[in-house]
Write a protein that binds this ligand. Structure first.
Ligand code: HEC
Length: 126
């Protein structure tokens, strides 16, 4: 029994690492095709888009990411270096495709315009 304890401890540490590496490590970014990454936001710097996006955020996103977007449980904060560094095209791609395996739904049922409004709002958070 004594011999097995370190192996068990190592196994637990390894699974914990894998679990945390999967969610919130930004791996989704590597899946964004170059063409999508460079797409500009047609509503960049549009004040109405930001307030529209904020409303949509509270309706659709706050339940997981928190109403101040600071994250909760296994849902990453959206006030973060990664979201700040992400291009509008990358954020739009994530909203469209989701990261379903990790629990981020696809928002492709929202009209394109609303997805870009949410991107505008996300860009004001950071
Ligand atoms: C059911 C819970 C849930 C809802 C609702 C949800 N998300 Fe997420 N979101 C997640 C999870 C889980 C991740 C982590 C995905 C990953 O790392 O692959 C994530 C990741 C993200 C990221 C990337 C963050 C990062 O640091 O990599 C952004 C941006 C994001 N969500 C925006 C939104 C927006 C905007 C909405 C509303 C339209 C939304 N999410 C709704 C669960 C949710």
């Amino acid at each position: 029994m004594r011999g097995r304890t370190p192996i068990l401890a190592m196994w637990l540490a390894l699974s914990a690492t894998l679990l945390f590496a999967a969610i919130g490590d930004g791996a989704w970014m590597q899946r964004v095709p170059e063409r999508d990454r460079l797409r500009p936001n047609p509503f960049a710097d549009n004040f109405n888009a930001v307030s529209g996006g904020e409303k949509l955020f509270h309706q659709n996103c706050a339940q997981c990411h928190g109403s101040d977007a600071s994250g909760r449980d296994k849902h990453p904060p959206l006030r973060s270096d990664r979201v700040r560094a992400a291009t509008p095209g990358e954020l739009y791609w994530l909203l469209t495709n989701g990261s379903m395996r990790n629990g981020m739904p696809s928002w492709s049922k929202l009209p394109e315009q609303q997805r870009w409004q949410i991107v505008s709002y996300l860009k004001t958070l950071n």
